[in-house]
Design a binder for this molecule. Structure first.
Ligand code: URA
Length: 204
């Protein structure tokens, strides 16, 4: 397994901050221009003590309307994959690199990612999962602090500070590249196998 010891990265759980406290600090966030165009801020959803955290790119149309991540077409694909791999959505936490929808689903801009970064980092600290699944390039580049693309990185688990990181394709990308679905499923199966081999609370 590759080990990335990244200076300045989230490596220690320094304080107990609850997700509610982080959300309260975000409030009616206007720290970047996405605050002007969003319908709802999409903070994240799931088990606050999850062993696995999924990180996506940013809310789409349905997420923006409902205020919850991965409830549209990509979410349906993700749910199917989780079920096939024996991972339960109730046992995971899902958040995005940016918490507000970029207009017309454009890529988030560097300034928007930077404005949102402290909140995702605090969510990672608060949940302190064993593993983080990075869905697509934006999440991978954020969590792994790399410029490398997903096709180069996927297929392996990486230790990044405290976390086991699984970079993989974004479920939405498999709609246009159906052949990637198999790779995404195989990456999630690799994670499920790792979780089974490393039961919670048992040091390896
Ligand atoms: N795509 C994402 O990256 N995040 C969502 O919440 C939905 C679609």
């Amino acid at each position: 397994m590759a080990y990335l010891d990244i200076p300045g990265h989230v490596q220690q759980k320094p304080k107990e901050v609850t997700l509610e406290e982080i959300q309260a600090v975000l409030g009616n966030c206007q720290r970047c221009e996405l605050g002007q165009t969003r319908t709802k801020l999409v903070f994240g959803v799931g088990n606050p003590h999850a062993r696995v955290m999924f990180v996506g790119e940013g809310p789409g149309k349905n997420e923006d309307l409902q205020g919850e991540p991965f409830v549209g077409a990509a979410g349906k694909k993700l749910n199917e994959l989780l079920e096939r791999c024996g991972l339960c959505r109730d046992d995971i936490y899902i958040a995005n690199v940016v918490k507000c929808r970029p207009p017309a689903n454009r890529n988030p801009k560097p300034a928007e990612i930077e404005a949102c970064a402290p909140y995702l980092r605090e969510q990672m600290r608060s949940i302190w999962p064993d593993a983080i699944v990075c869905l697509g390039n934006f999440a991978t580049q954020f969590v792994m602090k790399t410029e490398l693309g997903i096709t180069k990185l996927r297929g392996k688990m990486y230790q990044v500070g405290h976390f086991q990181v699984v970079p993989t394709f974004h479920p939405a990308a498999t709609i246009y590249h159906p052949d990637w679905l198999q790779d995404l499923e195989s990456d999630l199966r690799m994670l499920a196998d790792w979780l089974a081999a490393h039961p919670k609370g048992v040091e390896s």
